[in-house]
Design a protein around this ligand. Structure first.
Ligand code: GTP
Ligand code: MG
Length: 201
């Protein structure tokens, strides 16, 4: 029988200051994307715990850097979303500072997963975010979320269109995953991918 890729998953700490994040140097895989794209839901889906990360139908739920340890070996990190228009300017600036300091200065961050809602056409805010990652040499992969909300045909054509748009800016694409937190689509592929990276560290 195949060994389960997630044997245990536990909440460790939430904070706004990367200096207070865990200091054991274990590899971290972080999730970022627009507010409400499904970051926290994806962490729950991957770990198989419905209530590990807090989710909400209202955007702007996650406001802190949240560390969850998997198998006592590596971390999943839930980050606040960007681009929520209903927040005050100062709160958005504060969140951007938290997000950018984590992404740029966190040595333990092994890979950043950028989440994109598969229902939408490429949005300026996400395309600019990819540019910023490129300029700063941040390693990332792309996860399309909420695949259960589209028919198979619409899903395939949206993702093809998205990749085509990215190839206008990029010579090659990072690994791309298609997921649903409702049906657990993509779970094994992402966990396998993380496991393989961990084996190279
Ligand atoms: P913030 O923390 O506010 O930035 O949002 P988030 O990106 O963590 O999103 P969250 O996981 O809280 O999900 C937002 C809403 O989308 C919730 O109502 C979820 O139930 C819903 N949702 C997330 N993923 C999926 C999915 O794969 N399928 C469906 N149908 N709904 C989803
Ligand atoms: Mg969240």
């Amino acid at each position: 029988m195949k060994k389960p890729l997630v044997k245990s998953a536990k909440f460790v700490i939430s904070n706004t200051d990367i200096k207070k994040c865990p200091s054991d140097g274990k590899p971290e895989y972080a999730f970022i994307g627009r507010s409400n794209v499904g970051k926290s839901s994806l962490i729950n889906m991957l770990t198989g715990h419905r209530k590990l990360a807090m989710t909400s139908a209202t955007p702007g739920k996650t406001l802190l850097i949240n560390h969850f340890i998997v198998n006592d070996e590596w971390y999943l990190v839930d980050l606040p979303g960007y681009g929520y228009a209903k927040r005050s300017k100062s709160q958005n600036e504060q969140l951007e500072h938290i997000i950018s300091s984590y992404i740029l200065d966190r040595d333990a961050m092994t890979l950043l997963f950028v989440l994109i809602d598969c229902r939408h056409e490429p949005q300026k805010i996400d395309l600019e975010f990819f540019q910023w990652l490129g300029e700063n040499g941040v390693p990332f992969s792309i996860i399309f979320t909420k695949a259960d909300k589209l028919t198979r045909g619409a899903l395939v054509s949206n993702i093809e269109a998205y990749k085509k748009r990215l190839l206008e800016d990029w010579e090659e694409l990072p690994p791309v995953f298609i997921t649903s937190s409702e049906t657990a689509l993509g779970r094994e592929d992402i966990l396998q991918y993380i496991t393989e990276i961990n084996e190279t560290l």
